[in-house]
Design a protein around this ligand. Structure first.
Ligand SMILES: [Zn+2]
Length: 299
C-alpha cells in the first residue's frame, strides 16, 4: 500500500482535512474551525484526525493562517482570541498525539506552493499566490522553492494602505488587510449603509441586486485588490499571480481588479503577467503543505 500524508488547512473560519497520495487529495472533509478548536483546546481536532486516519498514513502536513517557525505558531491574529495558545508548538502537540512526524507552514505559502506545483502556476518559475479570506495572505515561490526572505516575505496583508483606518490584527493601523478581507468588506459595507451588519457573501449578493452601499464597498475592495496586484507586479515581476480564498470567488471581483491593473500599470510589459484564479481551490493548501514538507526536508 502506498504511504499517504494526512494534510490540513487550518484557517480562522474553516478547517479542511484530506489524505494526500501523489498529486491528489482524497476523502476531503470541511469543518467549522470553532467545532474543532475550542478556546485553546485542540483535542477535538486531534480526535477528528484519528477518525480520518488510515493505516497507510505516515505523516501529517499542515498549513495554518499564522506566522510559523520550526513547527511553532508565533502569531495567529485572525483567529478568535485564545484559540491559538501563545507560541503554540503545534507540530510537537499533534506529533505526540498521533505518533507520526508533523510539518507546519503558513497556509498561504502552502497555497502558493500547491498552485505552483500542481495548479495555475504549473511550469512557471516565479509564482506569487494571494489568498483573500478572513485575512489577506501571500506566498512567493521561486524556481520551485519557497521564498520567505528572513521570515516574513509575502505578508502582503500588512502593506500600508492610505485609506485603512482600522487597527490590524498585527496591532498597527493602516494595513491593507483591514480593507481587503472578509471582515474588511463587512466593515466598509457597515460604513456605507449606515450601520447594516452583513458578511461578505451577503454583501456580494446585495451588490448584484444593485444595493448602492454594497456596490460602493465592493468597489473599494476591488480598488484595494488592484493596488495589491500592482504592488506585486512592480516588486516581483512574476510569471503568474494566482488568487484564491473565499473572497476571490465573488463574481467579477478579480476581472474588475485586473481591468484596473491594466489601466494603471506603469510599464506595458507588466500587462502581460497572467493574473488568474486558483485551479485547486481548497485542495491547494493540502497539496502544497505535503509538497513543501518534501522539498524543505530534502534541502
Ligand atoms: Zn498588519
Amino acid at each position: 500500500m502506498r504511504s499517504a500524508t494526512l494534510a490540513l488547512d487550518i484557517g480562522a473560519t474553516k478547517i479542511v482535512i484530506g489524505r494526500v497520495l501523489g498529486e491528489r487529495a482524497r476523502a476531503v472533509e470541511r469543518h467549522d474551525t470553532a467545532a474543532l478548536i475550542r478556546r485553546g483546546d485542540w483535542s477535538p481536532l486531534a480526535a477528528r484526525l484519528r477518525v480520518a486516519w488510515k493505516p497507510n498514513v505516515r505523516s501529517v502536513a499542515l498549513g495554518i493562517a499564522g506566522v510559523v517557525e520550526d513547527g511553532v505558531v508565533l502569531a495567529a491574529p485572525n483567529f478568535p482570541a485564545g484559540a491559538v495558545p501563545r507560541r503554540f508548538p503545534i507540530a510537537r502537540y499533534l506529533g505526540r498525539r498521533l505518533g507520526v512526524p508533523v510539518t507546519v507552514a503558513n497556509d498561504t505559502e502552502c497555497f502558493a506552493f500547491g498552485e505552483a506545483a500542481f495548479g495555475a502556476g504549473r511550469r512557471r518559475r516565479r509564482v506569487v499566490g494571494l489568498t483573500l479570506g478572513t485575512g489577506l495572505g501571500g506566498g512567493i515561490v521561486l524556481d520551485g522553492l519557497p521564498y520567505r526572505g528572513a521570515c516574513l516575505a509575502g505578508e502582503f496583508g500588512h502593506l500600508p494602505f492610505p485609506s485603512a483606518a482600522t487597527r490590524c490584527g498585527c496591532g498597527q493601523i493602516g494595513h491593507l488587510e483591514t480593507i481587503l478581507s472578509g471582515p474588511g468588506l463587512s466593515r466598509l459595507y457597515a460604513l456605507a449603509s449606515g450601520g447594516r451588519v452583513a458578511g461578505a457573501p451577503v454583501v456580494a449578493r446585495a451588490a448584484r441586486r444593485g444595493d448602492a452601499a454594497a456596490v460602493e464597498s465592493l468597489g473599494q475592495i476591488t480598488d484595494a485588490l488592484a493596488h495589491l496586484l500592482l504592488t506585486v507586479l512592480v516588486a516581483w515581476d512574476p510569471d503568474v499571480v494566482v488568487v484564491g480564498g473565499g473572497l476571490a470567488s465573488i463574481p467579477r471581483l478579480l476581472v474588475n481588479a485586473r481591468r484596473l491593473v491594466r489601466e494603471r500599470t506603469p510599464h506595458p510589459a507588466l500587462r502581460r503577467v497572467p493574473i488568474v484564479p486558483s485551479l485547486l481551490h481548497d485542495h491547494a493548501v493540502l497539496l502544497g503543505a505535503v509538497r513543501l514538507a518534501t522539498v524543505t526536508h530534502s534541502r
